[in-house]
Every structure is written in C-alpha cells, then in structure tokens.
Write a protein that binds this ligand. Structure first.
Ligand code: MN
Length: 138
C-alpha cells in the first residue's frame, strides 16, 4: 500500500472514531423513526431501545456518548432507568436528555431530579434537538 492510500485510510478511521453514538430509548415507533432519521442526517450513530429495560441493557453494553430518554416507557420507565444509569459509576458521565411527552412542569422537574441533564418537550423541535446535541457532544 502506498503512503497516500494509507493516509486516507487513517483519516477515515479517525473520523469513524469521532462519530458520536446516541442511544434512543423510545417506545413510540413513529418517534423512533423520526429521531433516528434526524440523528443519522446529523452524522450521529444511532442505537435504539424500545423499552426501559432494553435501554438499561444497551447503556451498560454500549456506553453511548449520549442518551435520549423517553419517560413513559414499558417495563422500566425513563425516570427509573435514568436513576439506575446515574447510580452506575461507569455510566454516570453519559448525558441524558429526557423526552417529555406532555408540556408538564411536573414531568420535567421529576426528570431533572432523576438525574436527567436536560429535557426536550414533544412534539420535538428538531432545531432544539440539534442544538442540545451540539451543546453536550460538541
Ligand atoms: Mn413513551
């Protein structure tokens, strides 16, 4: 392999290593598709979990760079999943943005109390989502 090709390969690897991985924990299929499409178009790698239990399993196994956490979820709700992640020393550093279904102040406060770093109200404003991702992931 000549040096030119090798440099190109190294550049590709470096770019891949910098790709941020976001775990989306969301039980609503339409929201999952919408969020996955948006994150992919922003060049994030997307991991998907359909309930809180799967979200916890994937968080532990994959250690994503950020988690988008729906709150109302089957099996384990988003508040409980967030508390468990934030109580785990190897996961506590992961920023968690709650997706709050209702514009309910109580839900947001509960999300922040559970350890969420921020929240976004549904219906999701895609510009707000992109700017919060930039804030946490740089
Ligand atoms: Mn839900």
């Amino acid at each position: 392999m000549d040096i030119g090709n090798r440099k190109g390969e190294m550049r590709l690897r470096a770019q891949h290593a910098m790709t941020k991985r976001i775990l989306v924990v969301e039980d609503n299929p339409d929201n999952r598709i919408l969020i996955t499409d948006v994150l992919s178009s922003l060049d994030y790698e997307v991991l998907v979990a359909e309930d809180g239990e799967m979200g916890l399993t994937m968080a532990r196994a994959e250690i994503p760079d950020l988690i988008l956490m729906d709150l109302s979820l089957p099996k384990v709700d988003g508040w409980t999943a967030t508390k468990e992640i934030k109580a785990n020393d190897s996961l506590a550093h992961i920023p968690i943005i709650a997706l709050t279904a209702h514009a309910m102040v109580g839900d947001r406060e509960k999300a922040l109390k559970a350890g969420c770093d921020d929240y976004i109200s549904k219906p999701i404003d895609l510009r707000e989502l992109a700017s919060k991702l930039m804030h946490f992931l740089g």
